[in-house]
Design a protein around this ligand. Structure first.
Ligand code: KIV
Length: 282
């Protein structure tokens, strides 16, 4: 069966069961067929292998590693040198998923050339399959150069965490009169060569309108159900993060409780002398 034909039982299953790598044209095919797909962040070998085996077609090594791996308050401090080993671990461990490397703050905004050199590092040193960059129409030259160079690029619009200080914190974007602006930004970036648009924290009707006006897929986070795909940070999905969570998070598990209990049980067993048992000793 050629890749161009409709999959018999859903694009991603068909791709992964044939043990193929998900490619950007598969994502486009899914949009064309009206099939929605899921994307998750991943920053290490175990989650990469688990999500890959679960059939998640796209893994994002997000700059959210800054908050979720390195313990920073925001995404701003994380560096290219810190992210490259994480991307390498994920690409080594995911057999089918398309792996996208997020370019961190300060590594691509200065010029298209700076963006190109950073993207090339992620492709050469970490085997990334695509990159993601944040911004509005000002990043069109970056998108154009990368696309011309054969580097697939996803753009991130709406609320862009790397600009949180200029946006005045975590705020929904595109509410009043912003819809037209968001649509025209998305169209400019599509014309520049982006293969997908991630839309963060915008009203659902605005994201749905962007989705219907674009040929390429949209990926939503806090952008309603009208996008072609949805993304979550894996620690949010798994319930590892506690405290105040953004409204767009749905927790599908309670790993925080599971891990806490495991640690408490281990400490108790050690204190009582019941671990290690004979079966654990040499
Ligand atoms: O870095 C990240 O985790 C993101 C999210 C919006 C998915 O870009």
């Amino acid at each position: 069966m050629s890749d161009q034909q409709p999959a018999p039982y859903g694009g991603v299953r068909a791709i992964t069961e044939r043990r193929k790598r998900v490619r950007i044209h598969h994502l486009q095919d899914m949009k064309d067929r009206g099939e929605k797909w899921a994307m998750l962040t991943s920053y290490d070998m175990y989650t990469a292998a688990i999500f890959d085996a679960a059939g998640i077609p796209v893994l994002l090594v997000g700059d959210s590693a800054s908050n979720n791996v390195f313990g920073n308050e925001t995404t701003l401090p994380v560096t290219v040198d810190e992210l490259i080993p994480l991307v390498r671990a994920v690409t080594r461990s995911a057999q089918h998923s398309l792996v996208i490397a997020d370019l961190p703050f300060g590594s691509y905004q200065a010029s298209a050339e700076q963006c190109f050199h950073t993207a090339v590092r992620f492709m050469k040193e970490a085997n990334a399959h695509a990159v993601k960059i944040e911004g509005g129409e000002g990043i069109a030259p970056q998108v154009e150069l990368l696309s011309r160079a054969g580097i697939p690029v996803m753009v991130h619009i709406g609320f862009t965490p790397q600009s949180e200080h200029s946006l005045g914190g975590y705020r929904v974007q595109g509410r009043v009169g912003g819809a037209q602006k968001l649509i025209s930004t998305a169209k400019i970036l599509e014309a520049a060569g982006a293969f997908a648009v991630l839309i963060e924290m915008v009203p659902g009707d605005v994201a749905a309108e962007v989705t219907s006006q674009l040929t390429i897929p949209t990926v939503g986070i806090g952008a309603g159900s009208g996008c072609d795909a949805q993304v979550l940070v894996w620690q949010d999905l798994a319930g590892l993060r506690t405290g105040n969570l953004p409204r767009f998070v749905k927790q599908y598990a309670d790993l925080h409780s599971v891990l806490t209990q495991a640690a408490v049980d281990f400490a108790g067993d050690v204190a009582r002398g019941s671990f290690p048992g004979l079966q654990h000793a040499f």
